[in-house]
Design a protein around this ligand. Structure first.
Ligand SMILES: [Zn+2]
Length: 413
């Protein structure tokens, strides 16, 4: 009996800590991806808005990190400055650092005549950003910016409407561009309270908006507030997404306090073993400089975590939210940007390979990958033999022979 229990515990542990497997040796590739959430989010407030004590008390968003009271929508200057920093740091193949910006696609506005909706590239009227999309397109062309999907609203739109509607003060604040509303931090876009039909329609909508704006489908997804369920992963698969970010951070707000964490680890292990279409890309390094008082220590810790990830045979994935680079307080913005600059300068000395999620997912599955990068396609083969890599060349798919452990570039017309 004891032996059976011991065996059962060993099997459960093996499942809980199972990896997903990979066709490449990440120790040799020394890759770094940079994940950044909240791009395109009209919030949390316009830069001109100043809230008094009574308004802050009224809004009472819930569990809200203080630095987010300075969070606003990015402008062209923010994107240009970030792109310049990324472009400075070249990897072993001569490619610049690549920043994966995870986008929110839509925003809501309360008006005396009802609610209005805006889809990127359009924004709530309190967030006009002339030239911003030109800056984004230039950064994409330069190969330093890869858009991916974060969500439609970043909150449950029905909850926003029902809480704000009929409260004159909240309606005025929303109309003026404030995204926050009472308890919005627990009004999860993909929470259990959300209507499944609304979630399905919103995903179709955001994927369509994304495709229209960026000319490509999203490949990777990070759920707002890290709250999502298996149904959502199935929906993402049906749209062709192939990577899910930060599975290890996945939250179950209603889970049991004692058994919930173990159940979550067990479920994650099962998914890693059984999932064939989606690749789970974990964030194993953090650069959230503004949420820690010792900023130099944050950079050093993040750098150490990059090296540790490589030693463990994992791609290093750095999490750094938009708040580090876009703020109503220019001093905070400078701190966040220089922290990234500092981190990249350290990583650059380590024979790094900058990758985005789409490449990591392809490489893990097949050992090869292709990515459009400005006016070229980069095909990678990290296996030990010559391989055919399927790449999109001038609008149609072609097979490219790539020698073992080599990176090949094809110029587009
Ligand atoms: Zn977010």
């Amino acid at each position: 009996m004891r032996l059976q229990i011991a065996l059962l515990l060993i099997i459960i542990s093996l499942i809980m800590f199972a990896g997903q497997g990979s066709m490449v040796d990440w120790r040799a590739i020394q890759s770094v991806a940079i994940h950044s959430d909240d791009w395109g989010l009209c919030g949390f407030l316009p830069e001109s808005m100043i809230l008094d004590e009574a308004q802050i008390e009224l809004i009472n968003p819930g569990n809200f990190p203080p630095v987010y009271w300075t969070s606003t929508l990015e402008d062209s200057n923010d994107v240009n400055e970030l792109a310049s920093v990324l472009a400075k740091y070249l990897d072993r193949d001569g490619n610049p650092a690549v920043f994966q910006a995870n986008y929110i696609t839509s925003s809501l506005q309360s008006t005396p005549d009802g609610w209005l909706e805006y889809d990127i590239p359009e924004f709530h009227p309190a967030y006009q950003r002339p030239g911003m999309w030109n800056a984004v397109n230039s950064a994409i062309e330069a190969g330093v910016w890869v858009p991916e999907l974060h969500g439609t609203w970043h909150y449950n739109p029905l909850q926003m409407k029902s809480i704000v509607t009929g409260n004159r003060k909240l309606e005025e604040l929303n109309n003026a561009g404030l995204l926050l509303f009472p308890d919005c931090m627990s009004a999860f876009e993909l929470g259990l309270e959300a209507d499944r039909k609304v979630i399905e329609d919103d995903l179709d909508r955001s994927v369509g908006i994304f495709k229209d704006l960026f000319g490509t489908l999203p490949h990777s997804m990070i759920a707002p507030d890290y709250v999502w369920y298996r149904n959502d992963e199935n929906l993402w698969k049906s749209t062709g997404l192939r990577a899910v970010q930060a599975k290890i951070e996945q939250r179950r707000p209603n889970q049991n306090k004692y058994t919930g964490h173990v159940m979550k680890m067990f479920e994650r292990g099962i998914r890693r073993i059984s999932e064939k279409q989606l690749y789970y890309i974990e964030r194993n390094c953090r650069l959230e400089s503004l949420q820690h008082s010792d900023r130099d220590a944050t950079i050093s810790k993040c750098y150490d975590d990059v090296l540790t990830s490589w030693n463990r045979g994992e791609p290093a994935v750095v999490e750094t939210h938009r708040i580090n680079f876009v703020s109503t307080d220019p001093d905070l913005q400078n701190i966040g940007l220089s922290a990234l600059d500092n981190l990249l300068s350290k990583i650059e000395t380590q024979d790094v390979t900058w990758l985005c999620d789409d490449e990591i997912a392809q490489l893990s599955k097949t050992g090869t990958s292709s990515r459009i990068f400005g006016d070229q396609v980069i095909c990678r083969n990290y296996t030990h033999s010559r391989r055919l890599v399927i790449a999109e060349i001038n609008g149609h798919k072609e097979c490219i022979y790539v020698p073992a452990r080599e990176v090949v570039r094809i110029k587009l017309n």
